[in-house]
Write a protein that binds this ligand. Structure first.
Ligand SMILES: Cc1cc2nc3c(=O)[nH]c(=O)nc-3n(C[C@H](O)[C@H](O)[C@H](O)COP(=O)(O)O)c2cc1C
Length: 271
């Protein structure tokens, strides 16, 4: 363990004006994260698959309920159909595997039915959040594990563009829905992408109480740093404009403003 600044930290923030950090191998791996959207042909060995799932299962889980499941898809035709359903994102079809992280209260429903209990407590927004958070935490542990094994990954929130069709494609039972997908594959070294700078810590960290003014300075310097990152790949990007566009109206949600009724259909009334 060393306390240091590092090139990895400079890349993470897009500047050499970075804090000193305590660096471990795990943290160094996390600092090097980037989403990978170009994959070389490959397949995931059973050993890697089991390691990734074991890491996912090692995440904390609300009340040890383990209210999540993962569907691992490797069939090329199913991958192509999922790519279409999830926003026509072609990299899904090229992935070695697509892990679909599922909020799963079906297991609890089965256990409750066997015990002769109702499952009214599953009908609330809190329960939808519990299962979704469990699924997301498991997924992120999987990302850290997969990257440590040399796999590239990218999340796919677009599985929520068509959650009912995705549930049918994956044969999900009632009270289960796809929270997020994760494409995994061997990174194509020719992909034009790198470590994408994040906001300075001053913009996201508050000490003791939230200070609404704190983020303004950080946001001001971040725009230029992110634009520099995109410039290197010949892309024009203005971060604050992208934020404003993203949250302007329902259009920024790619159809997902209807999620509540889809979730109800899938057994998550979310009252
Ligand atoms: C919940 C979630 C959903 C995402 N969905 C998509 C997606 O559907 N398609 C995509 O190309 N990237 C997706 N991403 C990746 C983000 O765009 C990416 O993480 C972000 O731009 C930061 O880039 P980096 O991961 O390379 O640091 C998603 C990320 C998260 C956390």
């Amino acid at each position: 363990m060393t306390t240091t600044t590092s090139a990895a930290l400079d890349r993470r923030y897009g500047t050499t004006d970075v804090p000193e950090v305590t660096l471990t191998e795990t943290i160094a791996g996390q600092l090097a994260h980037r989403s990978v959207r170009r994959f070389l042909p490959s397949s995931v060995s059973e050993g890697d698959l089991a390691a990734i799932v074991a890491a996912a299962q090692s995440a904390a889980t609300s009340s040890n309920q383990q209210s999540w499941s993962v569907v691992v898809v490797e069939d090329r035709e199913r991958l192509a159909r999922l790519a279409h359903l999830a926003g026509d994102q072609a990299f899904i079809a090229d992935a070695a595997a697509f892990f679909v992280w599922v909020a799963d209260l079906n297991r609890a429903a089965t256990i409750a039915a066997r015990a002769g209990h109702e499952l009214g407590g599953a009908d609330y927004l809190e329960s939808t959040l519990v299962a979704s958070i469990d699924a997301a935490l498991a997924a992120q542990n999987a990302v850290v594990a997969a990257e440590s094994l040399g796999w590239g990954t990218v999340y796919v929130g677009a599985v929520r563009n068509n959650p009912v069709a995705i549930a049918a494609e994956l044969g999900l039972p009632p009270r289960a829905f796809a929270v997020v997908g994760l494409a995994i594959g061997r990174p194509d070294p020719d992909e034009q992408a790198g470590v994408k700078p994040r906001l300075p810590q001053s913009a996201v960290v508050h000490r003791e109480q939230y200070d609404p003014a704190a983020s303004a300075d950080g946001v001001a310097v971040y725009g230029a740093r992110l634009s520099d990152y995109y410039d290197a790949y010949g892309i024009e990007h203005e971060w604050t404009a992208s934020v404003a566009r993203r949250w302007k109206d329902a259009a920024g949600l790619n159809g997902r403003h209807r999620l509540r009724s889809w979730l109800e259909e899938l057994g998550f009334p979310s009252r």
